[in-house]
Design a protein around this ligand. Structure first.
Ligand code: FAD
Ligand code: FES
Length: 286
């Protein structure tokens, strides 16, 4: 019998075996943050993914970490991931040059419920690197914009230089299909935008809370304040979705690392409604 082609062999090996991908493009987003476009090195097809899903990226000989897919699900090109270097593995991934290989397992997890957004306002609230997992949802919402009542992006960063996808943000700022609010925690003179935390933009944002769905990602403290502000506007907890970026190891419900109560963040999450997760989310370190 003929031996299987490499792509078939890795697929048959199961979800714990990384598939080799080659860095096609490496683009700097901020001082510590890079977007890598990855293409299969085994000749196989690119995996389909839904907005909000993540892959396990393996830096050879260093380690493996969960990273959300930040590209356009409809584009069909190389798989994009936007990574902030915070420790050994994420730093090794950020250092990977075009032509170098990384291992990829996935995609895993749940996705932003864009199908539930038809006829409603979509409110996207992003803090820092949180814009990366939200970008596929924004691109999907823009592609289906005529189905929506409105689309709002509220985006915050520590400084203007730390804002991700800056040229795309500028284009979105001029796009009449999207209401954009951008703010930074601090800025030198010359910054013409707002200064303050992103949650302060929620009170005046143009959406009808009775028929809105919100997608929120950022540091956990920012998500807590954003959720409070959205609920204070009158949104239901079941209409507010967050991405639970708890530590993960296996991504396939084997190790228990991401478990809180009966819920596995790698299976039911990372995207979950606040109503589904409220009891655990309000308790730190659960
Ligand atoms: C579902 C999911 C999606 C993610 N998507 C992205 C993404 O798109 N881009 C990106 O840059 N990062 C993302 N992360 C976070 C990323 O996985 C961590 O930054 C990475 O695991 C850190 O590993 P390290 O070895 O580089 O650093 P470590 O030495 O493990 O950690 C360095 C520092 O970062 C903190 N840290 C580690 N993991 C997390 C986490 N999950 N959340 C908050 N702080 C953490 C540690 O407490 C420590 O202070 C995601 C995490 C999850 C669970
Ligand atoms: S990461 Fe292992 S159980 Fe979820």
């Amino acid at each position: 019998m003929a031996s299987p082609a490499p792509a078939e062999a890795t697929a048959a090996a199961g979800p714990m075996v990384p598939r080799p991908f080659r860095v096609a493009v490496r683009r700097r987003e901020a001082a510590d943050t890079w977007t890598l476009a990855l293409e299969p090195a085994d000749g196989g097809p690119l995996p389909a993914f839904r907005p909000g899903q993540f892959n396990m990226l393996y830096a050879l000989g260093v380690g493996e970490v969960p990273i959300s897919i930040s590209g356009d699900p409809a584009a069909g090109g190389p798989l994009e991931h936007t990574v902030r270097a915070v420790g050994p593995v994420s730093a090794a991934i950020c250092r990977a040059e075009p032509g170098e290989q990384l291992g990829v397992r996935g995609p895993f997890g749940s996705s932003w419920p864009l199908e539930a957004a038809a006829g409603r306002h979509v409110v996207v609230v992003a803090g820092g690197i949180g814009l990366a997992p939200l970008r596929p949802a924004l691109l999907g919402a823009l592609a289906e914009r005529e189905q929506l009542a409105g689309l709002v992006l509220l985006c915050g960063g520590r400084t203007p230089e730390q804002l991700l996808f800056r040229s795309q943000l500028e284009r979105w700022g001029e796009d009449p299909r999207l209401e954009l609010g951008v703010t930074v925690d601090s800025a030198e003179s010359g910054w013409l935008g707002q200064v303050g935390v992103v949650t302060t933009l929620i009170g005046d944002a143009p959406f009808d809370p009775a028929r809105a769905v919100a997608f929120v990602v950022g540091p956990e403290v920012m998500m807590r304040f954003a959720i409070e502000a959205l609920l204070a506007r009158g949104m239901a907890a079941s209409d507010v979705y967050i991405s639970i970026e708890r530590n993960m190891k296996c991504a396939v419900t084997h190790c228990g690392r991401c478990q809180f109560g009966p819920t596995f963040a790698c299976r039911e999450g990372p995207v979950m409604s606040f109503a589904a997760i409220e009891r655990f989310f309000r308790t730190r370190e659960v």
